[in-house]
Ligand binder design. Structure first.
Ligand SMILES: O=C1C[C@@](O)(C(=O)O)C[C@@H](O)[C@@H]1O
Length: 141
């Protein structure tokens, strides 16, 4: 099993920003938890984070050449308006899971809408950073 985990805008600042929504684990802690789970379950994983929409699209497109079985994506605020990331996701034929650390529906109205979620197979929101592990568990079960 080969998985790509893509994190978008400001996810590298998790642990510093709005701890009431995102908890106090840092992005590095979250990465380490993911690596630990992937080692235990023999998942080959690549973690990618960018604050640039175009770089995220390039990374998603690269999975055509560098085949992956699954993409797990937290686009950050791009979730709410990036049709370009949505289109890049839609093209991919692998399993796609959208993850959000916070519960989008318990927050501001602009966060209630995901333009990327319907290009994915599944959606996880509100389980904190455990959401990434839940997505990985779903893939290995
Ligand atoms: O950056 C983020 C993080 C987020 O994607 C989440 O994981 O809960 C939710 C988004 O609305 C926000 O812009």
């Amino acid at each position: 099993m080969k998985a790509l985990i893509v994190n978008g805008a400001n996810i590298n600042f998790i642990g510093l920003r709005d701890k009431s929504q995102y908890g106090s684990l840092s992005y590095k802690d979250i990465r380490n938890n993911i690596y630990e789970f992937c080692i235990e379950h023999s998942i080959e994983v690549e973690l990618f984070q960018s604050n640039c929409e175009g770089k995220i699209i390039d990374k998603l497109q690269s999975t055509y050449i560098d085949h992956v079985d699954a993409v797990i994506i937290n686009p950050g605020a791009f979730t709410h308006y990036s049709y370009a990331i949505r289109d890049a996701l839609e093209m991919l034929e692998c399993k796609k899971i959208e993850v959000h650390i916070s519960n989008l529906f318990k927050r501001e109205k602009f966060r209630h809408r995901s333009v990327t979620a319907d290009a994915c197979d599944a959606f996880i929101s509100g389980f904190g950073s455990e959401g990434y592990i839940m997505a990985l568990k779903y893939l290995v079960d």
